[in-house]
Design a binder for this molecule. Structure first.
Ligand SMILES: Cc1ncc(COP(=O)(O)O)c(C=O)c1O
Length: 387
């Protein structure tokens, strides 16, 4: 937040800041989706409340799309349409957690997860991962984190911020572990369509049907269809969880905007050609960014497997001076790079793993190259601190 506020202030002051902080596609929402929203705006029927759980057609379409895209068979009655994937995360933990219940959250994690757990009265139990295991949690680590209070495992693949994707055999092993230990799983599938090279998304309840009775799937249109501002997501879960969640939502927010639901309906019933076009652009940019970051001495970076982030280890850049300013943490490095090079990235501290940095490649190719070049130039001019 501090880096973001400073980047915005510099931009407002007329500086040419290149931002790698954005967690959203830079493409406009595909035209046929926008047109569906325009039609909905003109239809007085769509000026009213919808059922709290969402438009019946949209719930049906989400169930059908889930079978199409991840092979998980569910029914419309098990779908709750929420105000974005983030709202689904909050609602899922509110429904599942009793006070003091522990939720295993692998780090680095999307910043919202631990907050959502705490607001639901739960206790996040952070399990650290690093590039040695490509930021994937192991069964041994889960076993170690397990206590009598463990209620939920938070699972996300493709992952924000690390860009890693779990291979099917590990998704299966983790799902089977959850079943054997009676632990719920909240599985965030929001980046399902953004995978690169040989890496492919697989859905835990498809690979482990037995987990479906203790699993909530979180998803949404934001990342897949460049619809972050429309605020439509959903959760899929066992009937009692969805029933409680609908009750909760009906008092908290009523329904998601009717017009936005009409847009989401057009998105999920449509084909995936626009999505594929965006995915190809992200793949190209991800490879460029990875190549450029890896060429900077002191930086090591895994090739992104999914989502739209590179998550390099920048600890080799610490303990050095940049234009006379010393960086001892990735947070300080982010601040210095922003001031000196007008390049914004998110330090690993935001994701519970200091020493790393998140660079989003959801920006144009020219800006991407210019921004990484500026960062590389600053590093090339840095000096080792006298000890
Ligand atoms: C892993 C993950 N899940 C969920 C979301 C929520 O997306 P939205 O609330 O825009 O649908 C995000 C957004 O950054 C994310 O990175």
């Amino acid at each position: 937040m501090a880096v973001d506020a400073k980047a915005k202030a510099l931009k407002a002051a007329g500086e040419n800041v290149i931002g790698f902080g954005a967690g959203e596609p830079d493409f406009p929402t595909p035209q046929h989706i926008v047109e569906a929203a325009v039609r909905a705006c003109r239809d007085p029927k769509m000026h009213r409340y919808t059922p709290a759980a969402g438009l019946p057609d949209l719930r049906e379409a989400i169930a059908a799309k889930t079978l199409r895209d991840s092979g998980f068979r569910t029914s419309a009655s098990q779908v709750l349409v929420t105000n974005g994937g983030k709202h689904a995360v909050f609602t899922a933990f509110a429904a599942l957690c009793d006070p003091g219940d522990e939720v295993i959250v692998p780090a680095p994690y999307w910043t919202t997860y631990p907050e959502a757990v705490v607001l639901a009265g739960g206790v996040p139990v952070i399990v650290d991962t690093d590039e040695e295991t490509a930021f994937r949690v192991t069964i041994e680590q889960l076993e170690k984190a397990l206590t009598a209070r463990t209620k939920v495992l938070l699972f996300v693949s493709p992952d924000n911020p690390s860009g890693s994707v779990y291979p099917p055999e590990e998704v299966k092993a983790i799902g089977e572990w959850a079943v054997s230990r009676g632990v719920w799983v909240v599985t965030d599938e929001i980046y399902e369509h953004l995978t690169y090279g040989p890496h492919e998304f697989t859905s835990m309840p498809t690979l482990v049907p037995d987990v479906a009775d203790q699993c909530v799937v979180v998803n949404g249109v934001a990342k897949t269809y460049a619809m972050t501002g429309w605020r439509v997501g959903w959760m899929i879960g066992p009937p009692d969880v969805i029933k409680a969640s609908i009750n909760f939502q009906s008092h908290a927010t009523s329904n998601v905007s009717n017009v936005a639901q009409a847009a989401a309906l057009a998105a999920v019933v449509g084909d995936l050609s626009a999505v594929e076009m965006m995915r190809e652009a992200f793949e190209r940019r991800g490879r460029t960014m990875h190549r450029m970051l890896s060429a900077i001495p002191g930086v090591t970076c895994l090739e992104p497997q999914g989502a739209f982030y590179c998550y390099p280890n920048v600890s080799g850049l610490l303990g050095r001076s940049y234009n006379g300013r010393s960086a001892t943490t990735s947070m300080e490095l982010a601040d210095i790079v922003l001031s000196e090079s007008k390049v914004a990235f998110v330090p690993g501290e935001a994701f519970g793993s200091a020493g790393y940095a998140r660079f989003s490649f959801a920006l144009g190719d020219a800006d991407l190259e210019e921004g990484i070049n500026r960062f590389a130039d600053l590093v090339a001019r840095s000096r080792a601190n006298a000890s």
